[in-house]
Design a binder for this molecule. Structure first.
Ligand code: GLC
Length: 746
């Protein structure tokens, strides 16, 4: 089954590229077929078989099973007129059968290398099952944890999302996309989806072009620069022009400005939804608008198949636009090696779920966990001192839930839960008392409280596993109240009354509002949904066999009313400060109206998140000192180096993510109060000191100005270096036009 798939004689191919040759021989109907992605139906029903034979199926999504997919491919290669192979797409978002942490958790590792390895494993496992193309990475910037898809995102910051997104592209695609264990990536959802109004999925988004260019686009451009083979349009109505019919996005920016030469696929039915948006009169108009916007392939809906022929005949779609789309699609198939190797041979691959893959998943989970609180150094637990441990909560022993959202093919049986891993660690060294307390995270039934309290009473230390079931985040699963669901807080409060050393491990697909929760526990670790190896990872961290190093990729609000709250905000003309803020409870009754102290805060919540972007504790301790910079001012032709020494005076080994933030003090437009411009992970043994260096180039300070032109603007900049976005150690420098301007800044 290895015959070349295009039935073209070698002679013909000498004169033309295979793609040109095919396009020259394809009928319009066959071209439209390449632009059509069918939704998988499980087997190969007759209608699908017939459509494939007619060359009307360019791609299929959500169909797995290597035998079925090889048979589908055989029909395309052997029984269609031109034998063009089909590209098989699948949502391999954070693993295939071996699940990595959810993407938001992977972003919390701030470790592109670990993320890349996870994507490599995902690609190898998916490819072994006949998948050629994943609809990932999702790089939608979002500042709204009510939005269910924050779980799938890489957080609130363009720089971090860019580094993590490009790592995923590299992991999926490798250096040679034609390798059997690599799959095409898809940067999605272009663009603006993460700004859905009120965190309600699919809602209207209103984003200025300037915000798009400075905040929303950079991670997409990073994925493109990393070689992403495809893009996917968003469901969103962006400023009145839905992303799937938006020439500004998919033609002007993506092709004209960024020279993207891959192909763009719509989201599921997002072409036909142009009617629902109130953008297109009917399916024919929807097809025309989407093709006009250079959306090359239609996912699931069939408006292209049913309308493009007549649109071309009526000269309402130029034929060269069809040829351009088909060329892009065939070129990706060619890069994937599908013409030479249309079939999947599982024997070429290691078995899925092997030990190496599990090790990658465990390391990813370890590095994604964020230690948010650790009073009295309650963690790490000391196995020699513990006599009995209570393990309580609905998520202590649930492999399905710990895999998180977008887990189509995850194998629950492979999951190792925290309870299993803790039992393994305990051996017969200490007793373990187990109780769920509540049946599910949403349960309002308190009948299990007594058993849980009893288990806690018997133990000297209590570890609680709470949070959100997997289904409470992800697509279309948004929450208006983002406290711990159900009666979990009440259970925590009851347990806390026992006065035991209590640790909470939270598994969730979003930041939760933990302002109340945190008071019930001594220590709190955020594990997101940690994936297949979440249990061993968490157990290693709890017992000090690993040290937490994760940092928040998104701000954690105190309460939902603070949303949106994010670190790289604008200063406003009246920024809040601890001096200006007065809590609602401290305002005297009958206080008279005054303009003194009126600044940007909520009286009942202040102006800061509960936990800031970039925050995360360690068992080690990190001291920053000896900050120095290579110069006080530099021209556009120079770079500036900033160095700092980081010391670990503690008795624990630990990894610190050293972060560099910069503020452009006055700009052609107002600039964020700080922006992440670099981060480096540094491992420090007890007592060790290491030097960390950052080099800032002028283009690192560039931004789109009030005319949406990319500029590098001279001026004064502040910078800070530290372990989170509230870092205080810093300095300043000037970017100058040229050397003689230096005198003015002296
Ligand atoms: C969707 C999602 C998209 C996904 C696609 C295919 O509804 O928005 O992210 O890749 O369908 O499952």
């Amino acid at each position: 089954m290895t015959r070349s798939a295009t039935k073209s004689s070698p002679v013909e191919l000498e004169t033309k590229s295979r793609v040109d040759d095919l396009i020259s021989r394809m009928t319009l109907r066959e071209k439209i077929g390449q632009m059509t992605q069918f939704a998988g139906q499980g087997g190969i029903p007759n209608n699908l078989r017939e459509s494939i034979k007619k060359g009307l199926v360019g791609s299929i999504l959500n169909q797995v099973g290597v035998d079925t997919l090889n048979e589908i491919q055989r029909i395309a290669v052997d029984e269609s007129r031109l034998g063009i192979p089909i590209i098989i797409g699948r949502d391999v978002i954070h693993g295939f059968q071996t699940m990595m942490p959810i993407p938001l958790g992977q972003a919390a590792s701030w470790n592109p290398k670990v993320v890349e390895k996870g994507a490599e494993v995902a690609a190898a496992e998916a490819a072994r099952y006949g998948v050629h193309w994943t609809f990932a990475p999702m790089v939608d910037i979002t500042r709204d944890p009510r939005w269910g898809r924050i779980a799938e995102s890489l957080g609130e910051d363009p720089f971090l999302a860019s580094r993590v997104g490009e790592a995923m592209v590299k992991g999926f695609q490798g250096k040679d996309l034609s390798q059997p264990d690599r799959i095409a990536a898809c940067a999605k959802h272009f663009a603006g989806y993460g700004y859905s109004e009120a965190g309600r999925d699919y809602a209207y988004v209103n984003i200025s072009e300037n915000e798009l260019r400075n905040i929303v686009f950079p991670p997409f451009k990073a994925c493109l620069d990393a070689g992403a083979a495809t893009f996917m349009t968003a469901f969103s109505d962006l400023n009145g022009v839905p992303a799937t019919g938006n020439e500004f996005l998919t033609k002007r920016v993506l092709r004209d400005e960024w020279k993207f030469d891959g192909f763009v696929v719509s989201d599921w039915d997002s072409v036909i939804q142009l009617i629902t948006h109130g953008f297109s009169e009917n399916e024919k108009e929807a097809a025309r608008e989407a093709v006009q916007a250079w959306v090359d392939m239609e996912m699931a809906s069939r408006t292209y198949l049913q309308n493009i022929e007549s649109l071309v005949k009526e000269e309402r779609i130029p034929m060269e636009n069809i040829d351009r789309a088909v060329r892009a699609i065939l070129s990706v198939k060619e890069k994937l090696g599908l013409f030479e190797r249309p079939y999947t041979n599982p024997e070429l691959f290691p078995v899925n779920g092997n030990e190496k893959y599990m090790d990658v998943a465990k390391e990813a989970a370890i590095q994604s966990c964020v230690l948010l609180k650790n009073d009295y150094q309650t963690l790490p637990l000391n196995r020699d001192k513990i006599k009995s441990l209570a393990v309580i909560g609905p998520l202590a022993d649930d492999g399905f839930e710990q895999m998180g959202t977008w887990t189509f093919d995850g194998v629950e049986e492979w999951c190792q839960t925290p309870l299993q891993a803790i039992r393994e660690k305990a051996g017969d060294e200490f007793e373990i008392h187990v109780a769920k307390g509540v049946d599910t995270t949403r349960s309002k039934d308190k009948h299990g409280f007594a058993e849980a309290i009893d288990a806690a009473r018997k133990a000297d230390t209590v570890v609680m596993f709470m949070g959100e079931e997997a289904i409470l985040s992800g697509e279309a699963h948004c929450r208006a109240d983002i406290d711990l669901p159900g009666v979990q807080n009440e259970l925590l409060r009851e347990i806390s009354k026992l006065g035991k050393s209590t640790i909470l491990v939270v598994m969730a697909g979003r930041p939760l509002t933990l302002d109340q929760t945190r008071h019930y526990v001594n220590s709190m670790m955020y594990a997101w949904h940690p994936g297949t190896m979440g249990g061993p990872a968490i157990a290693d961290l709890l017992f000090g066999d690993a040290t937490p190093s994760g940092k928040l990729p998104v701000s954690f609000p105190k309460m939902v009313g603070q949303i949106p709250i994010y670190y790289n905000q604008r200063n406003s003309g009246k920024p809040a400060s601890h001096d200006s803020f007065t809590h609602i409870d401290h305002i005297p009754s009958r206080a008279t109206q005054t303009s003194v102290g009126n600044t940007a805060f909520h009286m009942d919540a202040g102006f800061e998140p509960l936990y800031p972007f970039g925050f995360g504790l360690s068992y080690a301790h990190f001291e920053y000192y000896n900050l120095r910079q290579s110069k006080d001012s530099f021209t556009k032709k120079e770079t500036i180096e900033i160095q700092v020494d980081v010391h670990n005076p503690s008795r624990y080994q630990g990894a610190e993510v050293v972060q560099l933030y910069v503020r452009d003090v006055a700009g052609n437009i107002t600039r964020p109060v700080k922006e992440l411009k670099g981060f480096k992970r540094v491992n420090l043994d007890p007592g060790e000191t290491k030097n960390v260096s950052f080099k800032i180039k002028p283009r690192d300070l560039s931004f789109y100005d009030r005319n949406n032109k990319l500029i590098i603007e001279p001026g004064l900049f502040y910078f800070w270096v530290g372990g989170n976005s509230n870092a205080e150690l810093g300095g300043k420098f000037h970017l100058i036009e040229n050397l003689d301007q230096n005198q003015n800044n002296a």
